[in-house]
Design a protein around this ligand. Sequence first.
Ligand code: HEM
Ligand SMILES: *[C@@H]1O[C@H](CO)[C@@H](O)[C@H](O)[C@H]1NC(C)=O
Ligand SMILES: *[C@@H]1O[C@H](CO)[C@@H](O)[C@H](O)[C@H]1NC(C)=O
Ligand SMILES: *[C@@H]1O[C@H](CO)[C@@H](O)[C@H](O)[C@H]1NC(C)=O
Ligand SMILES: *[C@@H]1O[C@H](CO)[C@@H](O)[C@H](O)[C@H]1NC(C)=O
Ligand SMILES: *[C@@H]1O[C@H](CO)[C@@H](O)[C@H](O)[C@H]1NC(C)=O
Ligand SMILES: *[C@@H]1O[C@H](CO)[C@@H](O)[C@H](O)[C@H]1NC(C)=O
Ligand SMILES: *[C@@H]1O[C@H](CO)[C@@H](O)[C@H](O)[C@H]1NC(C)=O
Length: 372
Amino acid sequence: MKAFAVLSALAFAARVSAFPAYGSLAGLSQRDLDLIIPTLQIREPQAPPGPLGDNSTKLVNDAAHPWQPLQPGDIRGPCPGLNTLASHGYLPRNGVASPAQIITAVQEGFNMENGLAVFVTYAAHLVDGNLITDLLSIGGKSDLTGPDPPAPATVGGLNTHAVFEGDASMTRGDAFFGNNHDLNTTLWNQFVDFSNRFGAGNYNLTVAAELRHQRIQESIATNPNFSFVSPRYFTAFAESVFPISFFVDGRKNDSQLDLAAASSFFLNSSFPPDFFRPDGPHGADGIDQVFAPYPIQPGGNVGEINSYTFDPTSADFSTFCLLYENFVNHTIGGLYPEPTGALRQALNTNLEFFYQGIKDDGCTQLFPYGKD
Ligand code: HEM
Ligand SMILES: *[C@@H]1O[C@H](CO)[C@@H](O)[C@H](O)[C@H]1NC(C)=O
Ligand SMILES: *[C@@H]1O[C@H](CO)[C@@H](O)[C@H](O)[C@H]1NC(C)=O
Ligand SMILES: *[C@@H]1O[C@H](CO)[C@@H](O)[C@H](O)[C@H]1NC(C)=O
Ligand SMILES: *[C@@H]1O[C@H](CO)[C@@H](O)[C@H](O)[C@H]1NC(C)=O
Ligand SMILES: *[C@@H]1O[C@H](CO)[C@@H](O)[C@H](O)[C@H]1NC(C)=O
Ligand SMILES: *[C@@H]1O[C@H](CO)[C@@H](O)[C@H](O)[C@H]1NC(C)=O
Ligand SMILES: *[C@@H]1O[C@H](CO)[C@@H](O)[C@H](O)[C@H]1NC(C)=O
């Protein structure tokens, strides 16, 4: 009896201490939070880095940042930009980073504009990262030991569906079909085909509009669970232009991404040889030119294919602040209904950093967990 009690206490301790430092606490019960949080090392988050001092173009595939192949245990995920930064050592090569490291890396490696980098990074961290340890994983990991909660068999990181990652990606399948994070060769071939047909061998804004439309139509026609509401509604269009904003060499600077360069990023998580980052800070430039040819309202299928229905509760391009409000009130509020102690403090700190990314957009700041 006594021996059994000791053994089960040990097994229990092993399970709890197996909770990975980068595992998200989102959606866990109060009981699990009380078990897990004491095993984590609280790390005070660093304030978001500011804009680059020198935002000019320069060689970023340099001797200090060589591409290296994956080592066992390294994590990659659905974002070709972050995957590339990790494989060149602008991010920790294992794919686990703090928000501050991510902001520094996307600015240094790709010249992403500061406000956008801050907004996107804290959005992702709040829903997919560990707010106590200040670590976020750029993808998922499924080979963790520990049969039961609170040590999960899988950590989602950026692969986690429906809170940031979403449907109708250009090169990744919908979560409904089982793999929302690895590059899908069929979809990649379509990216190439569209670039040949509409861009004479380049991915440009004309191609982006056609391919975005195509992927939405495919999800409507094949995925009964297709969801295309905020925030995915915004990120889908933004990610369609990111290859043009960030993957075109800064010396070329003509908004035409050739397929050799595209292949290097998407297939190899590698900068092309001799790659210069874009010239000056960039964001979702040209997103209106992707939206305008095939405007669509936010919505989704309602349990069967070809049932796309408008969702009036979702933000759209005319109600940007509603994106922020819904994300804070409903997405984050749903994942963390009643946080206390260190977790509540970490939520407040990260919500403040998140808001800093859009502080010039005239949205009213929200304080769902109080102001201190
Ligand atoms: C700033 C932090 C960033 C975060 C947290 C982030 C996160 C993500 C996530 C979660 C996705 C998957 C969306 C989905 O499939 O549903 C994604 C897609 C994408 N990201 Fe990022 N990203 C970041 C920065 C960047 C940068 C700097 C680039 C370009 C250099 C980039 C390029 C892309 C592209 C092109 C896709 C679309 C892939 C596709 O649809 O096939 N991202 N990102
Ligand atoms: C980019 O750098 C130039 C030159 O230092 C500066 O004038 C400009 O304000 C910077 N742009 C941004 C958005 O930081
Ligand atoms: C189905 O849709 C719901 C609502 O968007 C989402 O929470 C869920 O994760 C989806 N499941 C799959 C497998 O896509
Ligand atoms: C890739 O996507 C295609 C088209 O959506 C799908 O038929 C196929 O099953 C996917 N392949 C994998 C390995 O997921
Ligand atoms: C994309 O490339 C095609 C083929 O060269 C060209 O006709 C089209 O104008 C380009 N679109 C943009 C926005 O550069
Ligand atoms: C790149 O293009 C932008 C916008 O067209 C322009 O402002 C900038 O000066 C160009 N940079 C170079 C290095 O040509
Ligand atoms: C991808 O990497 C492999 C192995 O290093 C290399 O042979 C191939 O040329 C690369 N492809 C691209 C498109 O960069
Ligand atoms: C979010 O919550 C705030 C404070 O309770 C409220 O004023 C606002 O109307 C809510 N917005 C949405 C979209 O739920």
